[in-house]
Design a protein around this ligand. Structure first.
Ligand code: BV8
Length: 232
């Protein structure tokens, strides 16, 4: 594949698993026994703000103790070296892609290290615990919430993502179960535009049958090998 061609890469919790961050739907994937679908909703936030804020405080607090792994580092190396268009679309809310050096990156489900004001829409970097009712730095309302896209909310960057998908020659999905939309539908969109499609995952996912090629194994071995292939 010559390096003027355009690549879109979708990542999910599986790319951060070997850094020590639990996935959602795998063994041990429940957060304190909660299914992410039950905690990650506007209704849960309204009904039990302490639970939802604590769920995200726990995960934000875990970031200091984990580091990017060889898969994150390989994607950052590709981002640096690739002369064609390239976009990493992550469903993950951890900061491991950027800590590995990735630049052409979109967090479509939000970020743990950001807070969002439900009153005025202001976004602010927030690396610390975020108690319910924290005051917004812009409008001073006690309306800061985790800057996370909950179920039923519109993912971030969809225009940019759809534009990248419409022009890509290769769509690669790494470490995602294909359980959550619209991310799980990107492979069909890419195929409809004539892109080649590749899945790198620990085991077959809900969408494996939609990919031109699937490779199964841990991301820290599959992703560096794939990037080496691409850059040689
Ligand atoms: C929306 C927040 C519309 C952050 C998350 C169409 C059909 C059906 C349902 C819907 C649909 N369209 C919309 C929906 C509803 C819903 C949805 O998809 N529901 C599902 C459950 C059926 N979607 C939404 O609500 C989305 N919003 O569509 O809005 C709209 C339109 C107009 C106006 C307003 C709204 C919003 C979805 C975002 C929800 N937020 N999380 C957080 O808390 O982290 S979702 C959550 O699941 C995470 O973001 C996570 O990223 C995502 C997907 O999970 P994965 O990343 O895939 O992780 P998982 O554990 O599932 O799988 C890990 C994989 O890794 C496995 O395959 C495993 O084998 C592999 N693996 C493990 N170890 C390794 C590995 N691979 C490699 N190496 C390893 N070592």
């Amino acid at each position: 594949m010559n390096d003027s061609r355009s690549i879109v890469i979708l990542t999910g919790a599986g790319i951060s698993a070997e850094s020590g961050l639990a996935t959602f739907r795998g063994p041990g994937g429940l957060w304190e026994g909660h299914r992410v679908e039950d905690v990650c909703t506007p209704e849960a936030l309204a009904a039990d703000p302490d639970l939802v804020h604590r769920f995200y405080d726990l995960r934000r607090g875990a970031l200091a103790g984990v580091h990017p792994n060889a898969a994150h580092q390989a994607l950052a190396r590709l981002d640096e070296a690739w002369k064609g268009d390239l976009l990493i679309v992550t469903q993950n809310v951890d900061d491991l892609h950027e800590r590995a050096g990735a630049r052409r990156l979109v967090h479509m489900h939000g970020e743990l290290t950001s807070a969002f004001c439900a009153a005025c829409g202001n976004r602010v970097r927030w690396p610390d615990p975020l108690p319910p009712g924290s005051a917004c730095v812009a409008c001073h309302q006690p309306a800061l919430r985790p800057d996370i896209v909950f179920f039923g909310e519109m993912p971030y960057g969809m225009e940019k993502i759809e534009e990248a998908l419409s022009g890509c020659d290769l769509f690669v999905s790494i470490g995602t179960s294909g359980a959550v939309y619209p991310a799980a539908g990107f492979v069909q969109l890419a195929r409809s535009y004539g892109a080649d499609t590749l899945e790198l995952n620990l085991e077959p996912s809900a969408g494996s049958h939609l990919f031109g090629e699937s490779r199964f194994g841990p991301a820290t071995s599959l992703v560096p090998a794939w990037v080496d292939e691409l850059l040689k």
